[in-house]
Write a protein that binds this ligand. Sequence first.
Ligand SMILES: Cc1cc2nc3c(=O)[nH]c(=O)nc-3n(C[C@H](O)[C@H](O)[C@H](O)COP(=O)(O)O)c2cc1C
Length: 285
Amino acid sequence: MDRPTPDPARLRRSYEGGELLEAQVPADPFALFGAWFADVVAAGLTEPNAMVLATASADGVPSARTVLLKGYGPGGFRFFTNLTSDKARDLAANPRAALVFPWHGMHRQVRVVGRVEPLTHAENAAYFGTRPHGSQLGAWASHQSAVIAGREELEARYAELAARWPDPAEANPAADAKPAGGTEPAGGTEPTGGTEPTGGAAPAGAAKPAGGVEPAAGAALAGGAEPAGAASSGGEGGVPLPDFWGGYAVIPESVEFWQGRPDRLHDRLRYRRERTGWVLERLAP
Ligand SMILES: Cc1cc2nc3c(=O)[nH]c(=O)nc-3n(C[C@H](O)[C@H](O)[C@H](O)COP(=O)(O)O)c2cc1C
């Protein structure tokens, strides 16, 4: 408490090295997203698939929180959550959202705005089945965003569920395919993988169309990104998919890529969806 508090107004950094030029970028924002995502994974940024999801309630009250990207492509940017949470209530009333990927370690940001659609039961079940056992129980244990009396309530509920659906890997250690740290907080922190860091060596802003965009998105959703074996929980005797848990896709109307440059002359390129396809525009920084 005795440490001096830094003055945020005096914190300054010049963003050197990166550039994002029209001549470098693909016609499709998902290809550029894939290239940048590969870059940030290769650069070792913390939680590269963490994104800020902003929603607004029926009466226009905004709220924002971090969720994890679990797939992307022309079908949208996908995440999973509790369907009784505040965000789900917002989305039921107002199915539009904004996303921000805050990739500060590379002086980059991606912003997405679009309409939101729930994923199908089959998609939810497929992804839920890939989650570690502890995360599956965690999904059941938490009535996300409800006020609770204390942590004990959550842990007691988890213990009840763990007794009801024991971890098959513990009953049969030979089958233990659970990754370390399986008791992660709600929302999961499992690796996204799926997207091989193919673009890592590319110079910042070199928007190499990532051939891996579709497979990456598909892999994440089909479970290819998760440790093999975790999917068994979805099978006979495993943890069933809660009917209050599932995913959404944010289907973009616009995707803006921001690359920090010196003297605050940053590059901003925005893809805007028109009936004929994507229109690319440069925005003043
Ligand atoms: C790094 C990180 C990743 C998270 N990932 C998720 C996620 O994928 N899904 C989720 O429901 N909540 C996730 N959370 C928790 C949310 O930020 C939030 O607390 C929760 O979803 C409740 O939000 P709501 O009350 O606005 O619905 C994550 C939080 C952090 C910090």
